[in-house]
Structures are given as C-alpha cells and as structure tokens.
Design a protein around this ligand. Structure first.
Ligand SMILES: Cc1ncc(C[n+]2csc(CCOP(=O)(O)OP(=O)(O)O)c2C)c(N)n1
Ligand SMILES: [Mg+2]
Length: 573
C-alpha cells in the first residue's frame, strides 16, 4: 500500500484549500512541515513576532479571499499568535494555524518543557481545534479544518505533534476541503411579514452593518424607496458611505449626530447585517426589524420585533419589488440637515492649530487627500482608529480596517503587512499610535526583509492618549499614560526604511505628499496634539460634568496649561 509523509499531506491539503501564503517563525517541532512547505507553491512569510503573523494572515485572507495559513513551533511559538488570531477570528477571516507540538510520548507528561495545551488555549477562539494524534487522521482532520475556516469563516487550529508530522501514513479515504456559496433568503411568508411591518411605519431608519458587503446598490435603492436615512457600523463604512445620498455616517461613541438620530428618532429601525454591541445606542420606543445571515445574531444586542435570516443583497432584491416608493421625506431631511452640520464641523477640525500645532484630524485629511483612490488604510486601536473612520473618505475601491470587534492596540502595521502581500501593487497605509507601533516594533524589519513597501504614519502624542482621554472624561487625573519616545523617523532610517519626523504644521502637507510617493517602505513620525477629545455624538451632561471634574482636579494639582489646552481644543471652537 502506498504511504505518504504526514507533513506532505498537511501541505497538500492546504494547497487544495487554496492557501497561497503562510506566516510564521520556524522551530524544531515544525521542521518537517516547513521542509514540506519549501517544496510546495505556498510562500513562507517570515515575521519577527508570531502575533504579527496572526494579524497579517487575517487581513491577507479577508482581502485576497483565500484561506491563509500561520505556522509556529511548539509552546511559546504557537502561543504567541494568540492576540493576532483573536483579531482575525473576530473579523471572520478564514485562517488556519498549524500549531506544532512536542512529540506525543512527552506531551502532557508532568509539565514537560515547552508543552502547552493548545486545545485549551484556542478551542474557544476558533471554528475548529483538533490534534492529529494518528498519522492516518492527517488528511481527514486537515480537510475538515480548512473547510471549517472557509465555510464558518474564522480561525481553524490543527495541533501537530513533531513525531506525527514526520511519520508516514497509509493512503486512506480521499477527503478534500469543500466550499460552497449558498444564497440564503427569508421564506415567502417572512418576506410578507417584513413588508407588512414596513408599511405600518412612517419614520424609518436603516442601520447597515458589515453584512451589507456586496449590497451597496440594493441598499441605496431600498433607502430611496423608503426615503429612509442610513446609518452604518464602522465595519460597513467601505460598503455604505460612498455614492449614497442617504448615508448619515456612524452612531456610537465615534459617530455623529445624524447617525445617532437615525437610530434614536425613527419609529421603525431596520437592521441589515448589523450586530452593533452597545445597547444604549438602540432606540427604546421604536420597533426593530432585523435581517442577518447569522440566526444567532437576531435579537442578541437588543430585543427586536421581527427577525429574518438572509443574505442582505439577495433579501433586498426580493423585497424591493414588493415595496411602494414613498414621497414623504421629513425625517430624512431632518437627518440630512444634521449630517450637513456634522460634516461642516468635521472639516473645520481639519486644520493646523495655533503655533503650528498638528491636530490629528489635519494629518488624516492630508492622507485622505494625497492617498491613492484604491488605497487601503489601517487604524491602530486607540485614537488612530477614530480618525480613520471619521476623516478618510471611501469610494467603493478604498478600504479601511480598524480593530473594533477585538479592540486591540498594535494591529495596523501588522495588518498592513498582510494587505501588501495580498495586493503588492496597492498603496497600503498604516495609521499607528506611538504606543501601538512600539508594541510590535520588531516587525518594522519585516518591511525590509519581505520587501513590503507599506507606508506607516505614527501619531506621536507621547501618550497612550485614548486611555488618557478616557480617564479625563471620567473625571480622573490621567495616570500611567506617558510615553518617552525615540525619534521614530530616525529609528526607521537606521533600519532601512525611509524615515522622517515632522513636529510643526507648516511642513506637513509636503511631507505627507512625498512620503506617500516613496518607492519602498516609509515611516512618517508626526507629533500630534495630545489634547484632542473624541466626543460622542450626543455628549450627555454626565460626561461634560466629569470632564469639568477633571479640570478642577487638574487645576488643584497645578496643571493649568493642561486644562487650558483641553478647553481650547475641544470646547472653545
Ligand atoms: C493590546 C492592548 N493593550 C491595551 C489596550 C488598552 N488601550 C486601548 S487604546 C490604548 C492607548 C493606545 O495608545 P497609542 O497607540 O499611543 O494611541 P493613541 O490613543 O495615543 O493615539 C490602550 C492602552 C488595548 N486595547 N490593547
Ligand atoms: Mg499615543
């Protein structure tokens, strides 16, 4: 009977499932797998920290549409992926981790060095998590892992002990990973119920989520028929914001008044593929209709009146012919007026401050102006994500990514690496916090080694600013948020990137323009104003009075200038 080495089977199944790239760091327990991979078409991307590989693989998978792999050595090696893979899993990216393990005769045996129980680490953060304990299981387990990642959309983990990967397996049943693309629609009865509920309401608000990917035209036609304002979640920005006269932007703490009132003042709220978590931003009096591809999402964030399961584009296609075109647009016009005011305020913020002070909004408006029309932007958890969502305009080709489901720091540069791998010719821009970039700084070296010409902008505010501002808004004095930074521009130059540091608003426009044109990896370190509050759309009295409380405490401890700057920058405009 013919036999095949398990490591060769692993790589063969990965190729059958469409894997083109694998991110990781080698190690002894992984050697047979990497040896087999080196003879395949799969490209190995050598990162400096596995967490970076976990972030990069997820973005690569989401942008390329292909299953993407990570692989690590036993113990600390495969453990290090955890935060990047948490992010990727939450973003529903099809990724497979080959977590190599110490040989089975030692595994789990009285705390053998480097043994980590990967099942207990990854089981809850994956769509599949199994160990190959017999060579004969390899093809079956690998096929089901790839299939789960592709169809359930998330991270699959296969644990492979070193002695298993080098063993030979007899040819067994020819399992292969399968992927299908079913169209899912509510039943005819449910469609009728939806139409009836819509017909009973006048002030309709639409809240569009990431489920609206591929549904832009249907969504605009739906809003047009109902004369309904459309608010969107952060993850739906790229699919909803452009060419849409009904777009109101976002609600929630990063949103604006138009988005907020679209949800709060309607009498029927229609959730389309939206799973926004914050209950305080849902209306208390309105009826809620929810359509989502995932049945478990129905009513999980807020009680609803009616729910249906369906792909948003197909469901809207089915609903559109059943709906009358409305003429009444008072609610829409009110929201449009609010949107107009929010846009004006937004543009007013995009300026150089007194004495050349660089407002982060100004920096992002320049990136917005000079970036390519199909650029891909990444914002670090922290304040950069807010500026990306508010000040980058999309157009159907640009993409924006922020970490809002996992809410992690340090995602932007690693995710940009993965995006540049998926799209070598597109302009990839990472907007990084000074705290975020420093967290995974070692992988700046990956831009050189892997020849990835990403553009990195550092929002250098010498602080963990998002948290500092949270502390102030809660009326506390800020603690433990200071950062003592190097000159990031010089640091980048030393390791081989194009690096520049800008401290004054006067030279910023030219610097941004040239930096974006640079042919190779580049880093622009920009000293930005640390006193920029991220105000929610309807700041309630509580927050304003808490900020005043901070002001009183800061004054009492002699921090007069801090208070003055905070007031001037945020309240006296
Ligand atoms: C891995 C991780 N650690 C800590 C936090 C808590 N946190 C959220 S934002 C933030 C500050 C980010 O600072 P920086 O990257 O400098 O960006 P800034 O807000 O200053 O622009 C912190 C500490 C987190 N979200 N993720
Ligand atoms: Mg910072």
């Amino acid at each position: 009977m013919s036999t095949q080495k398990v490591s060769d089977i692993i790589i063969e199944v990965l190729e059958q499932a469409g894997v083109q790239r694998c991110y990781g760091i080698v190690g002894d327990t992984l050697n047979h797998v990497t040896d087999s991979m080196s003879k395949s078409k799969i490209e190995w991307i050598h990162v400096r920290h596995e967490e970076v590989g976990g972030f990069a693989a997820g973005t690569d998978a989401l942008l390329s549409g292909h299953l993407t792999a990570c692989a690590g050595s036993c113990g600390p090696g495969s453990l290090h992926f955890i935060n990047g893979l948490y992010e990727s899993h939450r973003n529903r990216a099809p990724v497979i981790l080959i977590a190599s393990q110490i040989s089975t005769e030692m595994a789990g045996f009285i705390d053998f060095p480097q043994y980590v129980d990967f099942k207990s680490v990854y089981a809850k953060n994956s769509v599949f998590c199994e160990e190959i304990t017999q060579p004969s299981q390899a093809r079956h387990i690998m096929s089901m892992a790839c299939q789960a990642a592709l169809t359930k959309r998330g991270v699959a983990v296969v644990i492979v002990p070193a002695n298993i990967s080098e063993a030979s397996a007899e040819a067994g049943l020819p399992f292969v990973p399968r992927q299908t693309h079913p169209d899912i629609l509510p039943s005819q009865f449910e469609l009728k119920q939806i139409v009836e509920l819509i017909s009973q309401h006048q002030k309709i608000g639409i809240y569009a989520g990431a489920g609206c990917e591929d549904a832009h035209d249907q969504l605009v036609a739906f809003a047009e028929k109902l004369k309904a304002p459309v608010a969107h979640t952060s993850r739906a920005k790229d699919f909803v914001e452009y060419d849409n006269p009904y777009n109101m932007g976002m609600t929630g703490i990063f949103g604006n008044k138009a988005g907020y009132h679209t949800l709060m003042d309607c009498d029927l709220l229609i959730l389309l593929g939206a799973d926004f978590a914050w209950a305080q931003y849902y209306p208390s009096h309105a009826k809620i209709l929810q359509i989502d591809i995932d049945p478990t999402h129905l009513g999980r964030r807020h009680p609803i009146t009616l729910g249906a399961v369906g792909k948003i584009s197909s469901t809207l296609n089915a609903l559109l012919p059943l709906l009358e075109t409305r003429q009444e647009r008072a609610f829409l016009d009110h929201c449009l007026e609010l949107k107009h005011h929010s846009d004006e305020t937004r543009h007013k913020e995009e300026r150089v401050g007194k004495d050349g002070l660089i407002h982060p909004q100004y920096l992002v408006s320049l990136l917005n102006r000079y970036a390519d029309q199909d650029a891909i932007f990444f914002g670090d958890g922290g304040s950069p994500m807010v500026w990306v969502l508010r000040h980058i305009d999309v157009n159907g080709k640009r993409r924006t990514f922020t970490s809002l489901l996992h809410g992690t720091m340090a995602n932007a540069m690693p995710q940009a690496l993965g995006a540049q791998k998926a799209f070598p010719k597109r302009q990839i821009i990472a907007l990084c916090g000074d705290g975020g970039l420093a967290m995974l700084l070692g992988d700046l070296l990956t831009t050189i080694q892997e020849k990835l010409p990403i553009k990195i902008v550092v929002f250098n505010n010498s602080s963990l600013n998002f948290v500092e501002l949270e502390q102030k808004v809660e009326g506390m004095l800020d603690h433990y948020t200071d950062l003592v930074n190097p000159d990031f521009g010089k640091l980048a130059s030393v390791i081989g990137l194009h690096g520049q540091t800008v401290t004054h608003g006067a030279g910023l426009e030219q610097a941004v323009e040239q930096f974006l044109k640079h042919d190779g990896p580049a880093l622009l370190d920009v000293h930005t104003n640390p006193m920029e509050l991220v105000m929610p759309p309807d700041p309630n009295l509580n927050q304003v009075s808490s900020t005043s409380l901070y002001a009183i405490k800061a004054l009492m401890s002699g921090r007069v200038d801090d208070v003055k700057n905070l007031l001037v920058n945020n309240f006296i405009k």
